[in-house]
Design a protein around this ligand. Structure first.
Ligand SMILES: Nc1nc2c(c(=O)[nH]1)N[C@H]1C(S)=C(S)[C@@H](COP(=O)(O)OP(=O)(O)OC[C@H]3O[C@@H](n4cnc5c(=O)[nH]c(N)nc54)[C@H](O)[C@@H]3O)O[C@H]1N2
Ligand SMILES: Nc1nc2c(c(=O)[nH]1)N[C@H]1C(S)=C(S)[C@@H](COP(=O)(O)OP(=O)(O)OC[C@H]3O[C@@H](n4cnc5c(=O)[nH]c(N)nc54)[C@H](O)[C@@H]3O)O[C@H]1N2
Ligand code: SF4
Ligand SMILES: [Mo]
Length: 704
């Protein structure tokens, strides 16, 4: 017999919904069909979603935890012993070295309930620092939103891509990174609508756009200010909107004075004509939408760049209306949930850690004393790694992330973790690079065997439901975190957290009165549904019936004044400019639709693996290749400003500029070369801006 289960794809932030058909006799998935009436993917999805059934089919860890012995080998233990060991060790470290001697690194790929439970155990009960891989990804957008809008609330809905006549992608490559989002662009039926791409590289998206502006790396802030200045000069400003719904406009106007056209052209490498053309496109568009991703978020002045995008939308009144917005595209499947419900930078469900009203309310909802709640935001990721390096942090528990590969300047991670007394890695594979030095490995089941809630890039909650049942001794992340919590003696502090569903109900209460309120969404209602976009307060169901909803339609933002803020700051000199010694920029990002980050999961997918290069590679401009006598797939050794080097195969193209090399992040060598450099406000790594030089490996040379 075939059983059908609707669940969610837990790769990218679209959260496509899929129907899985399972043969109940063999317990195997026989068919995966994208849900036709799901408002996000409408019967389509990409190769990753279609291949979810491959998870843990070729590589699967033992179902029981393992603990490293003195001689370096592992001993398999029962789950209870695993929980007791980790809890005991955490307590021992905290007693000996202080509470903050233990830390955690979470992710944007677990369920809402798992983030919250982990945040409750680690941040409330243990008062440790926990940051997430969302720091590598969405921290910039989150900070920009909070400062400009008053809350981390992206306002758009995907339908805006179909309703916009001018779609501007800034540092975003959805053809590769968010194919279903790109599909929505292609659903746009507005005659003459335009797709514009700002990217130094002629990316796959740029190749399919109407306009490509190949600006210099990290010159976006200058370009956006120059365009804003041109709009001001011509008075192409929506004064009615600005007067009614924003603050700081006058100061912004004065600030822009020195951002002349000539300066913009000089600094961005674009011509004055190109900048004027872009300005005009933005002015003539009736419904202009701006969409940004990692080309903006991962820089040294990233938050201000994201806010410069927001400023453009505000000054032209392109926000809150159909087809408009300053829209941050989220990366991972549940980064939106982790941003509000992980208890890392805000209290559970939002609010400052010092806010007495919010603390009182959460203490009541969670049934724990107020002083148990975390008292301050976490140390950011880089400070956690630094703390380990300095010997101040002795215990680390990471889940659903592979920092040995993905962290910037990743050799520093490898070095640091060798100093840990406790290093717990919790993953669906024990073969990941980060597990090499762990002292405890917790094997868990993948999303197909889990239940919980996901929130996508347009604030849509959807249900993950178990497609397959768990085998003997198999545990989900939720059960593992709960197990450690119980072994820590949390007792009543875990009342109401027994199952993901109980937790969901707690979180609904935590959300009450907050921007992301979802008190009107029940566990049952979410099943087999079209999802629910927050806010979704109870009692308002009739008003919320629209399958696609946006925020800010009333021009009211979440700041104390209800107005959105113009936030700006002078552009700063690049801390890592190209020099004679390091003449090339090392741009990094996604490589192919099939490959996901560190490849732990997608390497199990035959269609992807068969066509993917096994060795690290990068793209080089054809003129540069000719100059250095480099041919297709020759090897070069790349030396980075961070003091490291690595060998890459070369693909030759004209889609990268002569001053640039582009390396997909799917190979560990990529982040061997990225530096420890961050945006000062979001502490997000400047992943796309290292400077490097290279030498050709001679034929026959042992160049590894
Ligand atoms: N197949 C696949 N899809 C994915 C992922 C994956 O690993 N594989 N990961 C997911 C995640 S978590 C994320 S965060 C998203 C990321 O999605 P994207 O941000 O679209 O992906 P990236 O390739 O990191 O970067 C986008 C573009 O930024 C450009 N860029 C570099 N420097 C600059 C600059 O200075 N200015 C501008 N304007 N652009 C610049 C790069 O050339 C690149 O084309 O993708 C998600 N989707
Ligand atoms: N140079 C460079 N580096 C980058 C970027 C870049 O653009 N350039 N992008 C950055 C960005 S945006 C991101 S988001 C990060 C991503 O970096 P990571 O988060 O480190 O990468 P993933 O490969 O997604 O790691 C997820 C891990 O979770 C495991 N996993 C999957 N499902 C489950 C589950 O249900 N439970 C548990 N416990 N584990 C599970 C997978 O096996 C995998 O090992 O990389 C960052 N690194
Ligand atoms: S677009 Fe994203 S959510 Fe949809 S199937 Fe592909 S990876 Fe999964
Ligand atoms: Mo990401």
């Amino acid at each position: 017999m075939l059983k059908k289960v609707q669940s969610v794809c837990n790769y990218c932030a679209l959260d496509c919904n899929l129907d899985f058909y399972v043969d109940t006799e063999s317990g195997r998935i026989v068919k995966t069909v994208p849900v036709k009436d799901y408002p996000v993917n409408k019967g389509f999805c990409c190769i990753k979603g279609l291949s979810l059934s491959k998870q843990q089919t070729t590589v699967k860890p033992d179902s029981l935890p393992k603990i490293r012995q003195e001689d370096g080998s592992f001993r398999t233990v029962s789950w209870e012993d695993g929980f007791a060991h980790v809890a005991g060790k955490i307590q021992e470290l905290q007693t000996k070295y202080g509470r903050e001697s233990v830390a955690g690194i979470s992710t944007g790929q677990l369920t809402l309930e798992e983030f919250a439970l982990y945040g409750h155990v680690m941040r409330n009960f243990l008062h440790t620092n926990v940051d997430g891989n969302t720091r590598l990804c969405m921290a910039t957008a989150a900070v920009a939103h909070k400062q400009s809008f008053g809350f981390d609330a992206p306002g758009y809905t995907l339908k805006d891509l179909e309703l916009s006549d001018t779609i501007v992608f800034i540092g975003a490559n959805p053809v590769v990174s968010h194919p279903i989002l790109w599909g929505r662009v292609r659903e746009n039926r507005i005659p003459g609508h335009k797709v514009i791409v700002l990217d130094p590289r002629r990316s796959e998206t740029a190749r399919n756009a109407d306009y490509w502006y190949g600006l210099k790396w990290r010159s976006d802030l200058l370009l956006l200010y120059t365009v804003a200045h041109q709009l001001m000069e011509r008075d192409w400003v929506d004064h009615a909107f600005v007067d009614a719904h924003t603050e700081g406009f006058e100061a912004f106007r004065d600030f822009l004075e020195p951002y002349t056209l000539a300066r913009g052209a000089e600094g961005t490498g674009l011509t004055e004509t190109q900048i004027l053309e872009l300005t005009e496109l933005i002015h003539t568009g009736k419904k202009v939408s701006f969409w940004w991703t990692m080309g903006v978020n991962q820089g040294y002045e990233a938050v201000r760049t994201a806010q410069a995008v927001i400023n453009l939308a505000l000054m032209t009144g392109n926000i809150g209306k159909p087809g408009t917005g300053a829209n941050s595209i989220t990366g991972q499947c549940n980064a939106m949930a982790s941003r509000v419900f992980s208890n890392t930078t805000m209290l559970l469900g939002g609010g400052e850690f010092a806010d007495p009203v919010r603390r009182r309310r959460l203490s009541r909802v969670l049934g724990v004393p107020e002083d148990m709640l975390a008292e301050k935001p976490t140390l950011p990721y880089d400070r956690i790694i630094e703390g380990i390096r300095k010997g101040e942090i002795k215990g680390l528990w990471i889940l659903c992330t592979n920092p040995r590969h993905s962290w910037t300047n990743n050799e520093t991670f490898a070095e640091a973790v060798k100093k840990l007394e406790l290093f717990v890695v919790q993953d669906i594979y024990d073969t990941i690079e980060s597990a090499e030095d762990c002292t405890v490995f917790f094997p868990v089941v993948p999303g197909l065997k889990k239940e919980g809630t996901y929130i996508n890039l347009e604030r849509r909650l959807s249900a993950m439901r178990p497609v397959l049942s768990k085998g003997e001794n198999e545990r989900s992340d939720y059960e593992v975190i709960l197990g450690v919590g119980r072994a820590l003696g949390m007792g009543d502090a875990l009342k109401g957290w027994e199952t993901p569903r109980d937790c969901f109900d707690l979180l609904r209460e935590c959300s009450r009165g907050m921007p992301e309120e979802f008190t009107g969404v029940t566990w049952e209602a979410l099943e087999n549904s079209q999802g629910r976009q927050w806010p979704w307060p109870e009692g308002k169901e009739a008003e919320l019936a629209e399958p696609e909803r946006r925020l800010y339609g009333d021009g009211v933002f979440f700041t104390p004044s209800g107005r959105a803020k113009f936030i700006f700051e002078e552009v700063r000199p690049n801390p890592m400019p190209q020099t004679e010694e390091f003449p090339f920029v090392f741009n990094t990002g996604r490589g192919t639709v099939g490959q996901w980050h560190t490849q732990s999961r997608t390497k199990e997918v035959r269609f992807v693996e068969d066509v993917s290069l096994k060795k690290p590679y990068l793209y080089m401009n054809s003129q540069v290749a000719a100059r250095y006598n480099i041919h297709y797939m020759d090897r070069i050794r790349v030396f980075s400003i961070n003091g490291q080097n690595a060998v890459f195969h070369v693909k030759i193209t004209d889609d990268v500029q002569p001053g640039e090399l582009y390396a997909p992040l799917h190979y560990i060598e990529c982040n061997r070369l990225t530096p420890s450099s961050y945006d000062p406000y979001s502490r997000e790594p400047n992943y796309k801006g290292a400077v490097v030089r290279f030498e050709k490996c001679e034929e026959g040379e042992d160049c590894v």
